[in-house]
Design a protein around this ligand. Structure first.
Ligand code: NAP
Length: 313
């Protein structure tokens, strides 16, 4: 990386979308750099097993992340491990400022900053984070061998993580606010067949309580009757969806009411030359596959955009 060098394309975020963009951009001979603040693969690393990546019946998230990063590396993709603090659109070039003050410039920017777990916003959640409250079963499940855990949520993530935790813990409760899961049927069938998992329908967690050793109880409320009760537990795993990481999206870029970035079919935002991919983008399905597909689309569109710009100067 050279502070004065101008790139064709800067990719912000090293999830499956960002690295797929990198592969396609290198194949299109774009001078490209990918900036990622953490480890390659992003959220993929928090997924135990992936069973819907076509051509691969089963693979761990961390292995798939490593494979994708290695694939991009074979094309010579430059990867910088730094945090991006600001993106400033410009007429000649867009600028990306890193946390060490370096400013990089490029014709096009692709934002693939993904999302973060939503918070439940109940008493005890923040206080006991890391002391029994978790948002990642693969990261923290190990601590719950032969223990009891409560999972909050009814989507694909909650059910997948419940199945994972049931292999470790003695008892897994799922507290879901409705009487029907949002998750797909395959996961629902697996959960109902797992004897260690007990679903508490129409139930919300109102408070997480702890003693000096960490979380020891949750206060539950029945959403139908309003009745409250206490349940002893060693941990609480919260999987109630994601929020887009949109803090770097430049002012004036259109987003929907939930903060997902609006793009056209080429993944380009209304800010010319700035593209959004993966979980950050407004779309129907948020999957590893669709993040990668967005990466492909955005890279091809960016290549076309950069070519036209260079031809016009
Ligand atoms: P999600 O699909 O948005 O589900 C969130 C769940 O949490 C819903 O059941 C929701 O209840 C519940 N919830 C939301 N806010 C709540 C609150 N304040 N209190 C209590 N419960 C609350 O989120 P996700 O499961 O993280 O999945 C995100 C996306 O990734 C989805 O598109 C999903 O399909 C995808 N995904 C796919 C796979 C896979 O294909 N294997 C795996 C993981 C994730 P309601 O149902 O009542 O709204």
């Amino acid at each position: 990386m050279n502070e004065n060098s101008i790139y064709d394309l800067i990719i912000v975020g090293g999830g499956p979308g960002g690295f797929t963009t990198g592969i396609y951009a290198m194949r299109a001979a774009l001078k490209t750099v990918l900036i990622e603040k953490g480890i390659a693969g992003g959220q993929l690393n928090n997924t135990e097993e992936i069973e819907n990546w076509p051509g691969t019946e089963k693979i761990s998230g961390s292995q798939l992340a490593a494979n994708i990063a290695k694939h991009a590396d074979q094309y010579g993709l430059e990867v910088v491990t730094r945090e991006v603090v600001m993106i400033e659109p410009g007429l000649d070039y867009h600028a990306v400022e890193l946390d060490d003050g370096t400013i990089l410039r490029a014709h096009a920017i692709i934002l693939g900053t993904g999302g973060s777990p939503k918070r439940l916003e109940v008493p005890g959640e923040n206080e006991y984070y890391g002391k029994g409250v978790s948002y990642c079963a693969v990261c923290d499940g190990f601590f719950y061998r032969n223990k009891t855990v409560v999972i909050v949520g009814g989507g694909d993530t909650a059910l997948e993580e419940a199945l994972y935790l049931a292999k470790i813990a003695t008892k897994v409760y799922i507290a879901h606010r409705r009487d029907q899961f949002r998750a797909g049927m395959i996961l629902q069938k697996r959960v109902s067949a797992d004897k260690k998992i007990e679903v508490m329908w129409n139930t919300v967690v109102r408070e997480v309580k702890a003693d000096e050793l960490g979380v020891n109880e949750v206060e539950l409320q029945d959403t139908q009757t309003g009745e409250s009760r206490q349940l002893a537990t060693d941990g609480v795993f919260i999987f109630i969806g994601f929020e887009p990481n949109n803090h770097l999206v430049p002012a004036g870029t259109k987003m929907n009411a939930d903060g997902y970035v609006h793009t056209d079919e080429r993944c380009e935002t209304n800010t010319v030359g700035i593209f959004a991919i993966g979980d950050l983008r407004e779309k129907y399905a948020r999957q590893i596959l669709t993040a990668a597909a967005d990466g492909c689309t955005a890279a091809l569109a960016a290549a076309h955009y950069v070519e036209n710009r260079k031809a016009s100067v």
